[in-house]
Design a protein around this ligand. Structure first.
Ligand code: ADP
Ligand code: MG
Length: 259
C-alpha cells in the first residue's frame, strides 16, 4: 500500500477537497483506496457522508492506542473507497502524547499493522505542522501538496519543504514530495497566473500540469456528503481532479500497474 500525506500547514488551501476527490478518482480506476481523516475538524469525514454518530472509532482512537486502524475503517458511498473518520477528540492528542516516547511514530506503527487490503492510502492532514502532520510525514512514502494560488503561497511552501526535509532527515528517509497541485486557480486573475508562474519557476516539474480551477461545484459537494466527482462528475473541478489523479498515477508506476 502506497501512503500519501496530503499536507500544507495553511488552512483553506484545498487539502480536504483534493484528498476526497483524488481518492475518488483513484478508486474509480479500480484501486482500493483508504482515506485517513487526520484533521480534528473532520471535514473529509463529513464530506464523505460519515455521520458524527458513526465515528465511535476514529483516527483519535488509533493515535490514543485504543483502536487499531482496521477497527476504525468504515466504508463510504463510493465503491472501493474506505475512510477512517476523525472527531474533535483528535485535537487533544498532541497534549496527551507529550510524554510518549513514540509520539512521532505512532501513526506509522499503526499503519504497519494494517492488513494489505488497500492499494493506496491518502492522509488528509490538519492545517498545521504540529504532531499530527509530523506523524503523517513519518508514516507516508509521499507528500502531495495542494497550493492555493495566492500572494503568500511561496513563503508557505518553503516552510513546508523545510519541514518535509527535516522529517526525511530525522524520521523517514524514504519520504518524497510526489507533487504540488495548484488549487483554486483562476485563469482570468493575474495574481493566480503570476503565482503559478513563480511556483513553477522555483520548483519546476514538481508542480503538476493540472491546475484545479476555482469551481463552486467543488465547494457545494461536501454539504451533500459526496465527492464532487460523484455529485457532478462533469463539472470543471471534477474533470481537473480526474486529470490530476491521472498525472499522479503517472508518477507512481507501481500503482498504475495495479489500477
Ligand atoms: P483545507 O482542507 O486545506 O483546509 P478545503 O479543501 O477544506 O481546504 O477547502 C477550503 C474551502 O474552499 C472549502 O469550503 C472548499 O469547499 C473550498 N474549495 C476548495 N477547493 C476549491 C475550488 N477549487 N474551488 C472552489 N472552492 C474550493
Ligand atoms: Mg481540511
Amino acid at each position: 500500500m502506497i501512503r500519501i500525506a496530503v499536507a500544507n500547514q495553511k488552512g483553506g488551501v484545498g487539502k480536504t477537497t483534493s484528498a476526497i476527490n483524488v481518492a475518488t478518482a483513484l478508486a474509480a480506476t479500480g484501486l482500493r483506496v483508504l482515506l485517513v481523516d487526520f484533521d480534528p475538524q473532520g471535514n473529509a469525514s463529513t464530506g464523505l457522508g460519515v455521520d458524527p454518530g458513526a465515528r465511535a472509532r476514529s483516527s483519535y482512537e488509533v493515535m490514543a492506542g485504543s483502536a487499531t486502524m482496521a477497527d476504525a475503517v468504515r466504508p463510504t458511498a463510493v465503491p472501493k473507497l474506505d475512510i477512517i473518520p476523525a472527531t474533535q477528540d483528535l485535537s487533544g492528542i498532541e497534549v496527551e502524547l507529550v510524554d510518549a516516547e513514540d509520539r512521532t511514530s505512532r501513526f506509522a506503527a499503526a499503519m504497519d499493522a494494517l492488513p494489505p487490503r488497500w492499494d493506496v492510502c491518502l492522509i488528509d492532514c490538519p492545517p498545521s505542522l504540529g504532531l499530527l502532520t509530523i506523524n503523517a510525514l513519518a508514516a507516508a512514502r509521499y507528500v502531495l501538496v495542494p497550493l492555493q494560488c495566492e500572494f503568500f503561497a511561496l513563503e508557505g511552501l518553503s516552510q513546508l519543504l523545510r519541514t518535509v526535509e527535516r522529517a526525511r532527515a530525522n524520521l523517514n528517509p524514504g519520504l518524497a514530495i510526489i507533487g504540488v497541485a495548484l488549487t483554486m486557480y483562476d485563469r482570468r486573475n493575474r495574481l493566480s497566473e503570476q503565482v503559478a508562474q513563480d511556483v513553477r519557476a522555483v520548483i519546476g516539474e514538481l508542480v503538476f500540469e493540472t491546475a484545479i480551477p476555482r469551481n463552486v461545484r467543488l465547494s457545494e459537494a461536501p454539504s451533500y456528503g459526496l465527492p464532487a466527482l460523484v455529485y457532478d462528475h462533469r463539472c470543471p473541478g471534477s474533470e481537473a481532479y480526474i486529470a490530476l489523479a491521472r498525472e499522479l498515477l503517472g508518477r507512481l508506476p507501481q500503482l498504475a500497474v495495479a489500477a
